[in-house]
Write a protein that binds this ligand. Structure first.
Ligand code: 13P
Ligand code: SF4
Length: 369
């Protein structure tokens, strides 16, 4: 009698929606224990609590990029974050490692605002006015697809995050006089403003218009060419929200993410990455009051973790990153149970043609920061 080797079958995700919160907790904990050192879970600071508590390493984009690069032993890296973050982990890890994103729908709407075709077209349009490879450094915020990172690698450019943008721009301006910064206009503008670049040397590049909607003279005069992209979550914070807290909470300190609009950042006391925000509020003396302008899951957790302080959410409406929220306990439990059974679901793999150049742009960033 011949024997047939059975290929393990994928367990469907729907089954996990029938489990109670306790059962989900148990499933995740059991799978983690069974996989042991073969597995590392990375969790971005915006993850919902039920998922965040299972992360071996937590942090902002820069910290998680570093952690991903350091995990030389684990066979599997589960990234609880959004798609571009898992791509970065895949670029920085070793060939024997596999990166998994529990839900493929966890993207970043800002990252989607710049695509390779529009950026290449912008580069060609710039070439009609000046020599971009001599005069312009392309800088992509880490919130971008791997092919844009590869574009930066090919053209002497670099990646930045919200915590190292200043250092990265110092690096670029030491080499070439102009920067094409995508996709987040606000991080680019807020950072270069603090470096002393005047507003009349920053232009907005609208990819839907010829030459980004700029005259050739404006392009020649510009130091910062800012892509017309933004984060729909941070876009919700307004200067009036800062005024409200200043008027109603004595001694309040306002701390915001640099993806917020210029008018909000200008009114804030402090600005920085998610990790900077957590560190600053956590280290503050008891009794201090904070109004925090970043994603709601993070702010709610800060509130719970700092009962000796007043922590307020800066916006009166709900600002949740709905794509980060796609990573729920059900998807984490599903990815883990499949892995335990030898089935890899939702593997993130950057295409071969982009790997080398995208990694070059990331390595430049890690070296500079
Ligand atoms: P951080 O790098 O500050 O965590 O920011 C990532 C992000 O997507 C913020 O919206
Ligand atoms: Fe993207 Fe904004 Fe969500 Fe950050 S908060 S992942 S920038 S959509």
């Amino acid at each position: 009698m011949s024997t047939v080797a059975l290929t393990p079958r994928e367990i469907p995700v729907d089954l996990f929606y029938n489990l109670s919160p306790d059962e989900l907790d148990r499933s995740i904990a059991d799978s983690r224990a069974a996989l042991g050192r073969r597995l590392v879970i990375l969790g971005h600071n915006y993850q919902q609590d039920g998922v965040y508590k299972f992360a071996d390493f937590k942090g902002d984009s820069l910290m998680l990029s570093r952690r991903a690069a350091e995990q030389t032993d684990a066979e599997f890296i589960i990234f609880c974050g959004v798609h571009f973050m898992a791509e970065v982990a895949d670029l920085l890890c070793r060939p024997h490692q596999t990166v998994i994103l529990p839900d493929m729908a966890a993207g970043c709407s800002m990252a989607d605002m710049a695509d390779i075709e529009s950026v290449e077209r912008a580069w060609e349009e710039l070439a009609g006015i000046l020599d971009p490879d001599e005069q312009v450094t392309p800088v992509t915020y880490i919130n971008s697809a791997a092919d844009l990172k590869a574009f930066c690698g090919r053209h002497g450019g670099i990646v930045c995050t919200s915590s190292n943008a200043r250092k990265i721009l110092d690096w670029t301006f030491a080499r070439r006089p102009k920067v094409l910064f995508f996709p987040d206009q606000h991080l680019g503008r807020n950072t270069s403003k603090r470096m002393g670049i005047p507003a009349d040397r920053m232009i907005l590049w609208d990819p839907a218009q010829e030459n980004g909607g700029n005259s050739a003279e404006a392009v020649r005069n510009a130091a910062m060419i800012l892509w017309k992209g933004f984060c729909s979550v941070h876009q919700m914070f307004a200067p009036a929200h800062v005024d409200h807290f200043r008027a109603t909470v004595p001694g309040v300190q306002v701390i915001v993410h640099p993806e917020c609009r210029e008018e909000v950042v200008d009114k804030a006391d402090l600005v920085g990455s998610t990790e900077y925000i957590i560190r600053t509020v956590t280290a503050a003396p008891p009794g201090t009051a904070w109004a925090v302008g970043t994603e709601l899951n993070l702010v709610n957790r800060l509130k719970t973790d700092n009962p000796d302080k007043q922590v307020h959410f800066l916006c009166p409406t709900v600002c949740v990153c709905s794509t980060m929220y796609r990573i729920d306990q059900q998807h984490l439990a599903w990815a883990l149970e499949n892995l335990r059974d030898g089935v890899v679901v939702n593997r993130i793999r950057v295409p071969d043609e982009d790997r080398e150049m995208a990694k070059l742009a990331l390595d430049r960033m890690l070296e500079v920061s």
